[in-house]
Design a protein around this ligand. Sequence first.
Ligand code: DMJ
Length: 557
Amino acid sequence: MVALWPATLPRIQYVFPDAMPVKWTEKMEQRRADIKQSFLHAWHGYKKYAMGQDELRPVSNTYINKFGGWGATLIDSLTTLHIMGLDAEFNEALSHLPRDFHTKEERLSVFETTIRHLAGLISAYELSGHRHKALLRKAEALGQALLPAFDNAAGYPSHFWDQSRSLPFDDKTLFAEVGTVQLEGEEFFMLSHHTGDTRYATKAQTITEALDRMGYEHGLNIPGLYPTHMSTAAGGRFLDSTCTLGAMGDSAYEYFLKQYILTEGMIPQYAKMYIESIDNVKRHMLYQLPNTPLLFLPPLDTETMQPGEEMDHLACFAPGMLAIGAQLLDRPDDLVVAEGLLETCVYMYRSSSTGLGPETWRVPYNVEPYNRITYAKDRSKSREWWNDSNATVPVGTSRNMYRRPVTPYQLEGPLPDIRGKPRYLGLDPVDRSYMLRPETLESIFILYRITGDPKYREYGWEIYQSIEKWCKTPSGYAAIRDVELDAYANGTTATNNWIDKMESFLLAETFKYLYLLFSPPDVISLDEYVFNTEAHPFARRSIDWVRLIFPGQSKEE
Ligand code: DMJ
């Protein structure tokens, strides 16, 4: 691991007790070991049937290329291999890195290539102590291959890029993709930092400046609530009015905050943009199911002010983001909201017959706009939503904010099962597939590290067991068609619920967050690292970010 340094921003993680009871520690270590074996199962299947290709197809034992054919899973797995201490596998993976980054694909996703490949390479370079220069050389080659995709009037990354003709697929892109390359701007910042070539950081900052200047004339109806579709033509205006923290919007908000962390608070602009967005998200987009702790974050049409009817799994990254922002920017209510949103995401897992969460679900018709005071009252009178009156699980813990002592070893045995119970009225899955997505586990990991509440480990463990039960194939892990398997008549089995698909984020994110959830809290501490949206950690460090991002200017100028 790279050398650590004292952060100047407020502490993020909970102060965990130095020693835990041996029995409890052993149990957590066993879980961590099991998760590592699961990751290895997927890695070995990929290695056997798909090494160097983008994705294993875990049912047919074939492969598919859809990210340039450069070995998306291989590159996306590097950081997890390293964190899990799988040195032989890590070194073997290095010998299979692509020779170059040329592709004949007409629709190369600039966003996916940046978050998976570019971030994967730079983060692996850092984690392995800067020893493997090939990782940095590859990252630079990839960075150079991607730069022309920003050559449009707006300076935004194209959505799809035709590399061989050096042409965009069309003149449209997505807010999540525009906003996210800022951190890949982190990658781009990091690339500039490691190579000394400031072009990457400048590209990223140009986008931040453009977003920061956006107003009504660009199609922005409410400050900080950016719609999803954007034009890459001059002016770079929005093409629709729907704002979401789910698909097509998600990681841009995440990156406002993470850029602030990466640059160690030296550039207040990022925090300002984050706060503006989150304040308006809470004001206009957040709902509570009355008398429950469940919160919802559906999309909003910022023109008609009509909320969407569904919430998607992708939005379940938001609790983790809000919790980190709460700690760093002294926003205690954001932690309350984070916990409430995560309860909803977890509820969708725990209430399904497979224990896995659907891709999308309906927001109940009787939700009410979030109100801090009503919500606090409802929370104080309701016990944990899954805790029956006769349940015996003591989950009394603390929130880091208030620094009460935590007693994780009191949590013995499984959480009460709620599967037999009817769901809250109207809270039903819509798209019932589970795509092996990480967002809920990501937030569970972050909330655990921030609150120290042991229930989060139990939530994570249940999800892991469900993945093992329903998704494991002889060569890897498959996405599944229906999290409500019982809905199938005629004895449908786990096997014919499988989809022949194993996205690289299973190895990059899902298993990594699970593994870290059961690791000691100083393993990739949130006070030392910031994750990109694909769970590749970058070491926080004290460098002259201002000079890097605004070349030619110094702090004094
Ligand atoms: C990942 O590639 C990243 O987490 C991205 O930000 C959103 N979608 C997938 C996982 O669901």
